[in-house]
Design a protein around this ligand. Structure first.
Ligand SMILES: Nc1ncnc2c1ncn2[C@@H]1O[C@H](COP(=O)(O)OP(=O)(O)OP(=O)(O)O)[C@@H](O)[C@H]1O
Length: 257
């Protein structure tokens, strides 16, 4: 699904959140939104999800103005998005049941998707009985089961430790390669953006506008981000973080890259 933001501005009462945002996100593209806390990244995502309306301008999916939520545009949040009173399988199946898929068929599909995200054997566990990483794997299965055309990810791995986050990023990258949805990813993790994104938009503080855009589409996706050192430094600098405070940059310099 092609997502088009046309002259989008947003304010909540007197609070001016989005200044003017015009961008197209191509079908199958993954764009990461990076910027200071509270600048309006989630608000842009909510507008693409149809949960918020622009104050002016419009957001369209494949040329159709987005006026409300639709299963073809799925939003996934940070932790705690699963219903605690349902098992992992029931949580995943629910996404299909909401679309009036027969309960038995939904359960079968949920089992397949839990296996896809390496949760075979945990179908009947409740969210509190598994780790945070496993909960987010189940949340990924629930996001992908209805094969959305657009996946809107709001800090999906923000609550996980660095190692678990990397394994989840790998799982997400593989699912994206298989399914090919358009993805908009809000993240505070510059490395996550560098690893996953085709393009990165770096936003200013509120009212948000794009300070700079980075195109990474021709780069191989590995967790070795050394070839991105210059871009990484540039992004951190735009966010007001100086390279000398940053351990990664020091290490890269240390090995003469
Ligand atoms: N429904 C709402 N009603 C009123 N104000 C809102 C609403 N949604 C967001 N805001 C305000 O808009 C501003 C931008 O919020 P938003 O969540 O989009 O920022 P963000 O960049 O995603 O922040 P963070 O990175 O901290 O999650 C904030 O000041 C927030 O309080």
């Amino acid at each position: 699904m092609k997502l088009s933001f046309n002259n989008v501005a947003k304010h909540f009462g007197d609070l001016h959140v989005i200044e003017e945002f015009t961008r197209e996100i191509a079908s199958g593209e993954l764009v990461a939104l990076v910027g200071p806390s509270g600048c309006g990244k989630s608000t842009l995502l909510h507008m693409a999800a149809g949960l918020e309306k622009p104050s002016s301008g419009s957001v369209a999916g494949d040329g159709q103005t987005i006026r409300g939520p639709h299963p073809e545009r799925t939003l996934m949040f940070q932790e705690n998005a699963l219903y605690p009173w349902l098992t992992l399988q029931q949580n995943v199946a629910l996404a299909l049941e909401f679309q009036s898929v027969d309960k038995k068929k939904a359960a079968e599909q949920a089992r397949v998707w839990l296996e896809n995200v390496k949760l075979k054997g945990f179908e009947h566990y409740y969210p509190h009985q598994v780790s945070g990483g496993m909960r987010q794997r189940a949340a990924l299965a629930r996001a992908f089961i209805s094969q959305p055309k657009a996946l809107l990810l709001d800090e999906p791995f923000g609550a996980l430790d660095a190692l678990t986050r990397m394994t989840l990023q790998d799982a997400l990258r593989d699912l994206i390669r298989q399914q090919g949805p358009t993805v908009v990813l809000v993240t505070h993790d510059v490395d996550e953006a560098l690893f996953l994104a085709d393009r990165i938009f770096v936003f200013s503080p509120r009212p948000a506008k794009v300070l700079k855009e980075f195109n990474l589409v021709h780069h191989e996706k590995t967790h070795d981000l050394s070839e991105f050192a210059a871009i990484r430094r540039d992004i951190l600098c735009l966010l007001g973080i100086h390279a000398e405070q940053d351990e990664f940059a020091k290490n890269i310099e240390g090995v003469g890259v």
